[in-house]
Design a protein around this ligand. Structure first.
Ligand code: 5AD
Ligand code: SF4
Length: 444
């Protein structure tokens, strides 16, 4: 009976969560379930959730209300909540609202087939226990919503950095690395299927650690092994924690053409006072020293960052330190957020969320405006430069254009040629905005 059931899977949150959804799709299609991208035909709806900020959770709650209305019309519809909200929502949504049939945490996806059977017999299923060693290393993900060119590979799970604002250690548990051999073979398999770019994912890839029969494989070695699969396979990775991004890693990135020259190095704040309260384990000066090392060892490397504004006790002076650091670093790109207190974090338990909402908003606007100028300046520097672009697909705005990325991870738009998605093409930048580079195709 289950063989005819169709599953609709909706994902929120980070790339890691999207990568998890591909593991879920793999486990379930293996068991004979069908996967559908059409909500109207689904027998089972899964929502893979994120807890990182309050608004992420709110979006999920709104969506669940909509699913509730579908369930009213179709009482046989099963609804399951997966991912980072699993642990904290179980009481409210299952026991109070009777909306969810299943709640499954990020380390329990192997149990999904059994849990679905349990729900099929009319019982609710909850499984949110976190594991110390689950990495899903042996599961070949089913690529969802893929362009057939770029794919994500999870290389580790969990996080033990305990930044005081962050919910991830409580939602995703202990840090553990995945078997290096399985990462290399997944990359090779993707290459053979036509993929030309993989992004290696972890909360802090620099602490990747695997003991193989040939010895210890750290992140630098893993990168070399993955880069060795084929020079035409581009390698990206995220995220690097500034407290441990060693020179050795930077030399490895510089050495291989196919390791992309783009590092995401979240700073969070430019103020030592905030960095201490956030438990980031580096100072402003140490962060600047690492940015200096990147610029020295990989001169053409793009640097992007994450910033939280309005964290507990942040003063105007702290905020100005963030602004001056952004200016100094000239980030190519930044994700910027207002602080949002999360339950079960050290900050929620020990610090008051003291910055008023309107001040958080004003500071956020100031850093967003600044970053827009920095991104514009960064793109201006690219005018006239020649870049090798990996073509990803048709431009969303024009059927006559393709888009792709350069090694610095910047999106480049250019007129279509006989080359297509998955091919490399040489282009020259002729125009730009703060978000995009526009190019013409040149003969190499
Ligand atoms: N409030 C706001 N932003 C947060 N981030 C993580 N936790 C919070 C929070 N409680 C941001 C950080 C992190 C990114 C993934 O999300 O900048 O690097
Ligand atoms: Fe990803 Fe963090 Fe959101 Fe979980 S809480 S989905 S780890 S961003």
């Amino acid at each position: 009976m289950k063989k005819s059931k169709k599953i609709y899977l909706e994902t929120y949150g980070c790339q890691m969560n999207f990568s998890d959804s591909e593991i879920v799709a793999s486990i379930l299609t293996h068991e004979g379930y069908d996967y559908t991208s059409d909500l109207a035909t689904a027998d089972i709806i899964f929502i893979n959730t994120c807890s990182i900020r309050e608004n992420a959770e709110e979006r999920v709650r709104k969506r669940l209300q909509y699913f509730k209305s579908l369930k009213k019309k179709n009482p046989g519809l099963m609804i399951g909540l997966l991912g980072c909200m699993a642990d904290r929502t179980k009481t409210a949504l299952v026991e109070e609202e009777h909306l969810l049939d299943m709640i499954v945490g990020p380390d329990s996806y192997r149990h999904l087939p059994l849990l679905l059977e349990q729900v099929g017999t009319g019982r609710r299923a909850i499984d949110t226990i976190l594991s110390a060693d689950e990495t899903y290393a042996d599961i070949t993900p089913v690529r969802l919503d893929t362009n057939g060119v770029s794919a994500f590979i999870s290389i580790m799970r969990g996080c033990e950095n305990y930044c005081t604002y962050c919910v991830v250690p409580s939602t995703r548990g202990q840090e553990r690395s995945r078997d290096a051999g399985s990462i290399v073979s997944e990359t090779r398999d993707l290459f053979n299927r036509g993929y030309r770019e993989v992004t290696l994912l972890g909360q802090n890839v620099n602490s990747y650690h695997w003991v193989s029969p040939e010895g210890i494989i750290d992140f630098s070695r893993l990168l070399e092994n993955v880069a060795g699969v084929n020079p035409l396979m581009r390698i990206r990775f995220a995220t690097s924690h500034p407290k441990d991004i060693p020179d050795r890693l930077l030399y490895t990135i510089a050495k291989y053409d196919n390791i992309c020259k783009s590092i995401h190095l979240p700073v969070q704040s430019g103020s030592d006072h905030m960095l201490t309260l956030m438990n980031r384990k580096y100072t402003r000066e140490q962060y600047m020293e690492r940015v200096g090392a990147i610029r020295r060892i990989i001169p053409d490397c793009a640097i992007s960052t994450d910033i939280i504004t309005g964290f507990c006790r942040e003063t105007e002076e702290d905020h100005q330190h963030t602004i001056s650091l952004m200016d100094w670093a000239s980030y190519d790109f930044a994700f910027m957020f207002k602080y949002s207190e999360r339950p079960q974090t050290l900050a929620a338990e020990t610090l008051k969320d003291s910055v008023p909402e309107e001040i958080k908003e004003r500071r956020l606007k100031e850093i967003i405006d600044l970053q827009q100028k920095l991104s514009f300046e960064s793109n201006k520097h690219d005018l006239g430069k020649i870049f090798s672009i990996l073509i990803e697909g048709e431009s969303k705005r024009s059927k006559a254009h393709y888009f792709g990325r350069n090694t610095q991870n910047k999106v480049v738009i250019f007129p279509k040629t006989e080359a297509g998605p998955g091919d490399y093409i040489t282009t020259k930048i002729i125009r730009f905005t703060s978000a995009t580079l526009i190019a013409e195709v040149v003969t190499p």
